[in-house]
Design a protein around this ligand. Structure first.
Ligand code: BG6
Length: 516
C-alpha cells in the first residue's frame, strides 16, 4: 500500500471536508517532550534549539514542554540548560524574555551517553518516564536525529530496544530525520527500510527545510487560490522553467559533510526537486496531507533527466576569485577538503516532465556555492508572442515574459513584461513586483519553527514521504553515475555564475540563464 493510502486509512486526520475548525487560529502543541540527538552539532545549535525557544516565545508550546539533550558531553541538567540558554541568546529570532526562558529551563534534561551504550538509552527511558510523571508530558515523545545518517540505524535500534519507539495508551512517538536521506537510490531505500522497521511511516518526519519556508508554501496559494495563473501554467504558454538556488558562501570547514557529497546530492535531490514538484504538480483535491502527497508523487513519477547528459547537465567546482570585494580561495584550498577533491560545488541538470501539462517544457535546475549572490527563485519563462506588429528595431530590447517566484531573499513575486518606452514605440522589459515585506506587517517565522511545530502537532503535509525521496534519487542517479565516470567538475571563478559548461548547456537550446 502506498504511504498516501496508509495515511488516508490511518484515521489520524479528520476528513478535510468535515473538519470545521477555524484554521486561522494558532495551533498550539499538546503536552510532549523532545529528545535531540546530536545536540552539540551545528544544526541543533543554530536552528533546532533556537526555533524551540521561538515557538515557546510565540505561545505555541505547552507550559510543560520538556527538552532532553542526549550526547557524550560530561553535562548534567544544569550545564545543558546553561548551554541552551546561550544558544537561545545567540541565535533565536524573537526577543529574549526571562519568563519564557525560566519556564523552558525547568523542562531541560540531559542524558549522557554514546549511541552504542544500552545503559544510556535505559537512562533516557527513565528520564522520559519521570518527565511524564512529574511534568505531565503524557508519553508523547519526539526524537530529533540531528546526526549523520550513518548513525540512524544504531539510534533507531536503541530506541526500539529501550521500548521508546512504541506509543502507549493513545500517546505518540515520532522521529525526525534530517537529510541527506541516503546518497543514491539504493542507500535511500536501505535507510527508509531501517527507519520504517522501527517507526511506521506516519511517525517519520523527514525535514526538508525549504518546505518550511513561507515563500515555498506560497507557491500553492498562488497557483491554487487564483484564477489568473492556471490558464498560462502549461506548455501552451511556458517555454521553460528555471529553478535556481545560488549561494555566495564557500565551504571552508564543511569538508567533513560536503566532500564526496557535492551540490547535486546536497541540494538538487531534496530542495530543488521539491520546488519542482510544487511548481509542476496538478491541483490536489484538498490540502489534506495524503492528497498533497499523492500529487507530488504523481508528478515526480513523471520526471526524468533529459539526454544526452554531456549536453544537458553541467558540474563545476569553484576556484579562487573575488566575492564582495574580498579575495577568496578555491575549494581545493579550503580547510577540510582534499587537494584532489572532485566534489562539485555547482550542478545543473535539465529535466523533462512527461505530463500533458508539461510535455516539451524543459525544467532547468541549478545550484552552486560561491556564485554571484545568494538567491533562490523559480522562473517561468514564457514563449514569445506569435506575432509582433512593431518595427523590428522597436523590440530589440524585449526579452521573454517571465513570472518569477522569489523564494529568498527579498521574498515576493515578479512579473516581467514588455512596456512602451515614453516618447517612442520602443518596447522594453519592465517588472511588476509583489514584496512580502511591503504587503504584510507580520514577520515570517523561521522554516524550523513551522516544521518543528508541525511535528509536535502530527501534521505531515510539509514532510516528504519515503516514496518522494526515492523518486527524487531515481531521477538524479543517472546524472551522478555519469559524472562519476566522466572526470572532474569544470572550474569556475568564485563570484561568477558557474562554469562555462552551464552557459553552454542552455545556449545550445537557444536559451540563457537568468541573472537574478
Ligand atoms: C542546506 C544545505 O540544506 O541548505 C546547505 O545542506 C545550504 O549546503 C543550505 O547552505 C541553504 O539553506 P538556506 O535556507 O540558507 O537557503
Amino acid at each position: 500500500m502506498s504511504p498516501a493510502a496508509t495515511r488516508l486509512t490511518s484515521g489520524q486526520w479528520q476528513n478535510p471536508l468535515r473538519d470545521k475548525r477555524d484554521k486561522r487560529l494558532p495551533r498550539i502543541a499538546g503536552p510532549c517532550a523532545v529528545v535531540i540527538f546530536g545536540v552539540t552539532g551545528d544544526l541543533a545549535r543554530k536552528k533546532v534549539v533556537p526555533a524551540i525557544y521561538d515557538l515557546a516565545n510565540r505561545g505555541l508550546l505547552p507550559p510543560t514542554f520538556s527538552l532532553v539533550g542526549f550526547g557524550r558531553r560530561d553535562w548534567d541538567d544544569e550545564a545543558f540548560s546553561n548551554e541552551v540558554y546561550q544558544l537561545v541568546k545567540d541565535h533565536s529570532r524573537t526577543p529574549f524574555r526571562q519568563v519564557i526562558w525560566d519556564r523552558l529551563a525547568e523542562g531541560c534534561r540531559f542524558v549522557q551517553g554514546a549511541f552504542d551504550d544500552d545503559q544510556a538509552f535505559a537512562r533516557l527511558a527513565e528520564t522520559l518516564e519521570k518527565l511524564d510523571a512529574d511534568r505531565g508530558t503524557g508519553g508523547n515523545h519526539g526524537f530529533y536525529l540531528a546526526i549523520p545518517p550513518k548513525s540512524f540505524p544504531a539510534v533507531c535500534e536503541q530506541l526500539y530496544n529501550a521500548g521508546l519507539a512504541k506509543p502507549q495508551d493513545g500517546s505518540w512517538r515520532r522521529v525526525v530525520i534530517e537529510k541527506p536521506f541516503g546518497h543514491d537510490l539504493d542507500s535511500a531505500r536501505e535507510l527508509n527500510k531501517v527507519v520504517n522497521s522501527v517507526f511506521p511511516e506516519e511517525s517519520v518526519f523527514r525535514i526538508d527545510h525549504y518546505l518550511g519556508k513561507e515563500t515555498v508554501q506560497n507557491i500553492l496559494a498562488m497557483r491554487f487560490a487564483n484564477q489568473l495563473f492556471d490558464p498560462i501554467w502549461n506548455s501552451n504558454y511556458v517555454d521553460h522553467v528555471q529553478i535556481t538556488m545560488a549561494e555566495d558562501i564557500g565551504l571552508g570547514g564543511r569538508g567533513g559533510y560536503y566532500d564526496g557529497i557535492g551540490a547535486a546530492r546536497d541540494v538538487i535531490q531534496n530542495h530543488l526537486m521539491q520546488l519542482l514538484a510544487l511548481t509542476a504538480m496538478e491541483e490536489p483535491v484538498s490540502f489534506h496531507p495524503s492528497q498533497l502527497q499523492t500529487e507530488k508523487i504523481k508528478v515526480l513519477s513523471a520526471v526524468k533527466l533529459a539526454e544526452p547528459l554531456d549536453e544537458t547537465t553541467s558540474r563545476g567546482q569553484y576556484a579562487a576569485g573575488w566575492q564582495g570585494g574580498e579575495h577568496v580561495v578555491g575549494l581545493l584550498d579550503e580547510e577540510g577538503f582534499s587537494k584532489d577533491s572532485t566534489t562539485e560545488t555547482f550542478a545543473a541538470i535539465t529535466l523533462e516532465v512527461d505530463t500533458r501539462r508539461w510535455a516539451g517544457v524543459p525544467f532547468y535546475l541549478r545550484t552552486g556555492k560561491r556564485l554571484g549572490r545568494r538567491v533562490t527563485e523559480i522562473a517561468l519563462v514564457f514563449k514569445r508572442a506569435p506575432h509582433l506588429p512593431f518595427d523590428a528595431t522597436m523590440t530589440d530590447e524585449l526579452g521573454a515574459n517571465a513570472l518569477v517566484i522569489r523564494v529568498q531573499p527579498d521574498e515576493g513575486v515578479t512579473l516581467r513584461f514588455g512596456s512602451k518606452v515614453p516618447g517612442s514605440m520602443e518596447v522594453r522589459d519592465v517588472n511588476m513586483d509583489f514584496s512580502y515585506g511591503a504587503a504584510f506587517a507580520e514577520e515570517s517565522p523561521e522554516a524550523y519553527e513551522r516544521l518543528i511545530l508541525d511535528v509536535l502537532l502530527g501534521e505531515p503535509s510539509l514532510f516528504p514521504v519515503n516514496e518522494e525521496v526515492e523518486l527524487a534519487w531515481e531521477v538524479l542517479d543517472p546524472a551522478l553515475d555519469y559524472w562519476a565516470e566522466h572526470g572532474k567538475p569544470d572550474p569556475y571563478e568564485a563570484g561568477t555564475w558557474g562554469p562555462a559548461s552551464a552557459f553552454e548547456m542552455l545556449r545550445r537550446t537557444g536559451r540563457e540563464w537568468r541573472r537574478p
